[in-house]
Design a protein around this ligand. Sequence first.
Ligand code: AMP
Length: 179
Amino acid sequence: MASKKAVVNLDRIITKHPDFPKPGILFRDINPVFRDADALKFIAGEFSRRFKSRFDAVAGIESRGFIVATAIGMKAEAGVIMIRKAGKLPGATVKKSYDIEYGSATMEIQNGAIKRGQKILVADDLIATGGTAVAAAQLIEELGGKVAGFGFVIELAGLKGADRLRDMGYKVESLVVYE
Ligand code: AMP
């Protein structure tokens, strides 16, 4: 059970894995954060507060973003939308391909997932180069939604993805920033 403690030091909980999933990548693992009820509650509270009254629904990016988005959605009483890897969603979808820190990928969203003008907060565990986040924004906007902002538990500032989003005019909130 989560206690009532207000602030959680996420940096102490996040673990580092050198050379995963490829040589040269320092993987920041959020799994220990998800296993910690106080940390999960803290994340939900922080993003709900920082984006208060700015969003109607939360979009989570597969797969760790689903957990962040659901925690926020429960706290803020907002619905959750899945932005998935290609080939997993039934029915009509829109797709976007993009580059990530260690490869490339395609993301997809269901056509009816977003209402015209609906304000969507995008949530993920981590922002690196920003390729995934930009693709998510494009999918949301293609369906007529408005991006309310981005919430990342971890920002890898050296890779400039969050700056790229800020330069595009989006509000970006990160809870832990690493160089
Ligand atoms: P990017 O599109 O480069 O911003 O990459 C972001 C996505 O890739 C997120 O969904 C992360 O989960 C994952 N990712 C990229 N780099 C790392 C890293 N160093 N550690 C953990 N996850 C990463």
